[in-house]
Design a protein around this ligand. Structure first.
Ligand code: PLP
Length: 368
């Protein structure tokens, strides 16, 4: 059996030096020294790639990162609707509902698999005066065209929040619009549980950080705004620091495995998600099959003990919880949901396992 994903975090010995620092400091949460160091190093990792100022508020999960960013950006806005693509992990829809907004599920571009400003503008016209915010999802970690969304916000005056949950390794441009990432164990940059809101806007991060701790402003016990407990503990930050220590070899492994997949599938005319491996990295690797072969290929994977997954299922609109929400025709979404197949992918996957997956698909397709 080849599993579709094997998460791997730093092993115990790599974390122990940080745990000893916790023992000595007797600080276990509330923006302690390890959390602060992790925040600084995470921001440096991102700004080293994209340049410009990068600030981050750490959160308890990717979902709560989206919730806080959305609550902050939609505050005082008229309207109760939030536009988001249906083709995303269901967490995005829960985050919208958890801040009291109603999801409106929009279609995606069939090439980039992302929401576009044109599709969002059409959804705005369909919900006149009622849109509080737009969430743009980084599809399975692919980079988002941030400049296009800055232009969208400038033109329409509707705040944009990015669900870049799986894109922590791929943030090349950080502007003021908040990028919400997940640090869940299954993501390419995972620490177990955690999240972050990343932006060039220092004042936004100050407010969001206060919201993660009951709305207290730095160093005070006076609540200045609505919030809650969305912090990470020093133990989570210890794992995060160990992840950063090992990040370069991890990235090299992910890139090598990604490029092996791209080459393995290319030989018989199958593409991975656009830019995968060459331009960006993820743990949820999608091969895009023709509609006419996809069910035969997945049956072949099943017969060969190769696990696969439609990472975003049929889209959020297909889940009973959100079935009553309005949506556009979702024409591209239905096709993408059918044909984008998550194949086994993880840092320790071997060239032989990748060859087995590609070989299985090739045999099925050539037999037809
Ligand atoms: C993983 C993921 C989330 C949720 O992140 P958690 O840290 O698990 O809360 C949200 N959106 C997308 C697109 C994701 O992939």
């Amino acid at each position: 059996m080849i599993p579709v994903l094997i998460p791997s975090l730093p092993e115990t010995d790599a974390i122990v030096p940080y745990l000893r620092r916790i023992d000595e400091a007797h600080i276990y949460s509330n923006y302690g020294p390890l959390t602060n160091e992790f925040t600084v190093r995470l921001c440096r990792f991102i700004s080293d790639r994209g340049g410009g100022p990068v600030h981050a508020a750490l959160t308890s999960s990717g979902t709560t990162a989206i919730e806080l960013a959305l609550r902050y950006r939609s505050a005082g806005r008229p309207g109760r609707t939030c536009i988001l693509p249906s083709w995303t992990f269901i967490a995005t829809a829960h985050a919208v509902a958890n801040v009291g907004l109603t999801p409106y599920f929009a279609d995606i571009d069939p090439e980039t698999l992302a929401l576009t400003p044109e599709i969002a503008a059409r959804a705005l016209r369909g919900n006149p005066g009622d849109v509080a915010a737009v969430i743009v999802v980084s599809p399975c970690g692919a980079p988002i065209d941030i400049a296009a969304w800055e232009a969208f916000e400038a033109e329409h005056g509707v705040p944009v929040v990015f669900d870049a949950a799986a894109a922590t390794l791929n943030l090349e441009h950080v502007g003021a619009q908040p990028l919400c990432v997940s640090l869940h164990a299954t993501k390419a940059f995972g620490i177990g549980e955690g999240g972050a809101i990343i932006t060039s806007d220092a004042a936004m991060v100050e407010a969001l950080t206060a919201m993660t701790g009951f709305g207290f402003s730095a160093g005070s016990r006076v609540s200045q705004m609505r919030g809650g407990n969305y912090r990470i503990s020093e133990y989570a930050a210890a794992v995060g620091l160990a992840v950063l220590d090992e990040l370069d070899p991890r990235i090299a492994r992910l890139r090598a495995a990604s490029l092996a997949y791209v080459a393995g599938f290319e030989r018989f005319g199958v593409s991975m998600q656009a830019g995968f491996g060459h331009e960006w990295l993820t743990m949820t690797a999608n091969a895009i099959f023709e509609p006419s072969v996809v069910s035969a290929v997945t049956a072949g994977f099943d017969a060969a003990g190769i696990q696969w997954r439609r990472w975003y299922g049929d889209g959020c609109h297909a889940h009973p919880t959100f079935a009553a929400c309005a949506h556009d025709d979702l024409a591209a979404t239905r096709g993408v949901a059918e044909t984008a197949i998550g194949v086994p992918f993880f840092p320790t996957i071997t060239p032989d396992q990748i060859a087995q997956v590609c070989g299985c698909a090739e045999r099925v397709m050539s037999a037809r």
